[in-house]
Design a protein around this ligand. Structure first.
Ligand SMILES: C[S@@+](CC[C@H](N)C(=O)[O-])C[C@H]1O[C@@H](n2cnc3c(N)ncnc32)[C@H](O)[C@@H]1O
Length: 215
């Protein structure tokens, strides 16, 4: 684990506090309140979603491959009433059975995974046929001028953001991976730098008529 990885994990909650309060907290509350049954969260980080899962979640499994993040997640869990299994696995290779989860959750993670297509293929494999992926992700802007700045500053952002890409077209990745949207809201991560502001929030389900990756 790199020194920057440890610093990033240690500072994450403090750096995100303003954005959580102004925008993300409300989105997390709306989105995660919809989860029920057996739920898989990928890239759980320091556990920002933990307070928002409702009583309908009967089993929560959270994956987090970065040790400094996973340790903070475990500390938060120990201090909360929520029970969850923490697994140190990357989203691209998840050690769970096919069609075994009712919901998958990805919040600010598809920007960072090494291979979004593989991660989404894994989520699709693990979701039950009527399961849903709940997502809250910052993405490539639809505004050409801002998208150009996202491309220009991408290299710096990947280093500063510990692997976070500011210019990913996650909606296109969802479509390519064989998901169809159930609902979608465009929002803005106000108080964040402009290249990180465009947000998408919503739910998608495996499109059973689509062959994943064929698009
Ligand atoms: C910006 S943080 C978001 C954390 C949390 N989901 C949240 O909403 O605050 C991105 C997280 O993705 C994790 N991550 C990085 N690569 C990953 C991968 N290949 N699979 C799953 N998670 C990954 C990081 O360790 C980090 O915890």
């Amino acid at each position: 684990m790199s020194v920057w990885g440890r610093i990033f994990a240690a500072g994450y909650d403090r750096v995100m506090a303003g954005v959580e309060k102004s925008v993300l907290g409300a989105h997390r509350e709306d989105l995660l309140g919809r989860a029920s049954g057996r739920v898989l969260e990928i890239g759980g980080g320091t556990g920002a979603n933990l307070p928002y899962y409702g009583a309908g979640v009967t089993e929560l499994v959270i994956t987090e491959p970065e040790e400094p993040m996973a340790r903070r997640l475990e500390s938060k869990l120990a201090a909360s009433t929520r029970q969850a299994l923490v697994t140190r696995a990357p989203a691209e290779k998840l050690p769970f059975a096919d069609e075994s989860f009712d919901f998958a959750v990805s919040t600010l993670v598809l920007c960072t995974v090494d291979d979004p297509a593989r991660a989404l293929a894994e989520i699709r494999r693990l979701l039950k046929p009527d399961g849903q992926l709940l997502f809250l992700e910052h993405v490539r802007s639809d505004v050409p001028g801002l998208a150009r700045w996202q491309d220009r500053l991408h290299g710096v952002q990947v280093r500063v953001g510990h692997g976070c890409h500011c210019n990913r077209d996650t909606l296109a990745s969802l479509d390519k991976a064989g998901f169809s949207l159930l609902d979608l809201e465009h929002s803005q991560m106000l108080k964040a730098p402009p290249i990180l502001r465009p947000l998408i929030v919503g739910a998608a389900r495996p499109d059973l008529s689509a062959t994943a990756g064929s698009g």
